[in-house]
Ligand binder design. Structure first.
Ligand SMILES: Cc1cc2nc3c(=O)[nH]c(=O)nc-3n(C[C@H](O)[C@H](O)[C@H](O)COP(=O)(O)O)c2cc1C
Length: 273
């Protein structure tokens, strides 16, 4: 059950929280807001929308709430689209660590992403010290799959890539999996959420854009998910619990590449009905 307190002294009964409550948990009674805590999913919209700051959630840190400032939300839509179009998957990284305050901002962007029913089950595993161990296990796992399974016979491009990845790593110390990035962020979740993949994908996308604002670059590494699915060792070395599902991951670091222009894309496939 959630814990939401409505201050009856300051509540004016304006009804804005009633209108904005996605769970229909708030009603007006004697011109004051009244909440059914059994229905509430702690989305906090009532806290955010109240003109008198009459709603609070004592189980959360109230000091982190920021007041509305119009000018700070004045983001030019064309600049924002330009920024999004310049986002690239980065596969060349500088040998430079990521500052803790930047990492915290990226995690914060993930934390503030929407989740189905506001369940907030995404968990972020930052792989830094263990990156060599994970890389080694993952490259070996992908190689084993490439040479030992029938499944890869239908995937000749990936089969060749995983064999080359292994060869280059062993013979020349070239990292074609994580591209020598200093960190990986893996998003995992308790399995019970049916929307886990979607929640993780939304969080990752926002974290990527936040990273870009900080001069950092990202590349999603689907191959690591493949390796994790095949190797209990990797799960163990990144500290995943038995009830957690690996959703996705991306490498993160300072780009050692500059893009001079945007890329082409297929025309948008959309219909307005
Ligand atoms: C779910 C997902 C998994 C991906 N996995 C990998 C990967 O394992 N290795 C890699 O080099 N790039 C990977 N990518 C990056 C894509 O190849 C890249 O997004 C695509 O080529 C378009 O390039 P852009 O991101 O620069 O626009 C992945 C992207 C997504 C969305």
């Amino acid at each position: 059950m959630s814990n939401v307190i409505i201050n009856k002294e300051t509540c004016t009964g304006c009804g804005l929280c009633v209108r904005d409550c996605s769970s229909c948990a708030i009603i007006l009674e004697d011109k004051k807001a009244k909440i059914d805590l059994e229905l509430c999913n702690e989305c906090s919209h009532c806290v955010a929308v109240c003109p008198k700051a009459s709603v609070s959630m004592p189980d959360y840190d109230e000091n982190e709430i920021i007041e509305y400032e119009k000018d700070r939300l004045n983001i030019d839509p064309d600049d924002f689209l330009y920024f999004q179009k310049f986002r690239r998957s980065v596969r060349q990284f500088k040998d430079k660590d990521i500052e803790t305050d930047k990492l915290n901002k990226i995690i914060e962007a993930g934390r503030y992403s929407p989740t189905a029913s506001n369940r907030q089950l995404n968990q972020f595993i930052i792989i830094k010290d263990k990156i060599d161990e994970v890389r080694n296990s993952a490259i070996n796992t992908l190689y084993d799959m490439a040479v030992n399974t029938d499944y890869m016979k239908d995937q000749p491009v990936y089969q060749k890539l995983f064999i080359k990845m292994h060869e280059d790593y062993k013979d020349k110390n070239i990292d074609r999996l994580f591209f020598n990035a200093p960190a990986i962020i893996a998003i995992v979740s308790e399995e019970k959420s049916g929307f886990a993949d979607v929640n993780g994908g939304i969080a990752a996308s926002r974290m990527e854009l936040q990273a870009n604002t900080l001069g950092l670059g990202v590349c999603y590494i689907g191959f690591l998910k493949t390796a994790v699915a095949l190797s209990g060792d990797i799960k163990k070395s990144i500290g995943m619990k038995d009830n957690e599902e690996y959703l996705l991951s991306f490498v993160l670091g300072y780009p050692d590449v500059k893009y001079q222009r945007t890329v082409n894309r297929k025309p948008a496939d959309f219909r307005i009905i």
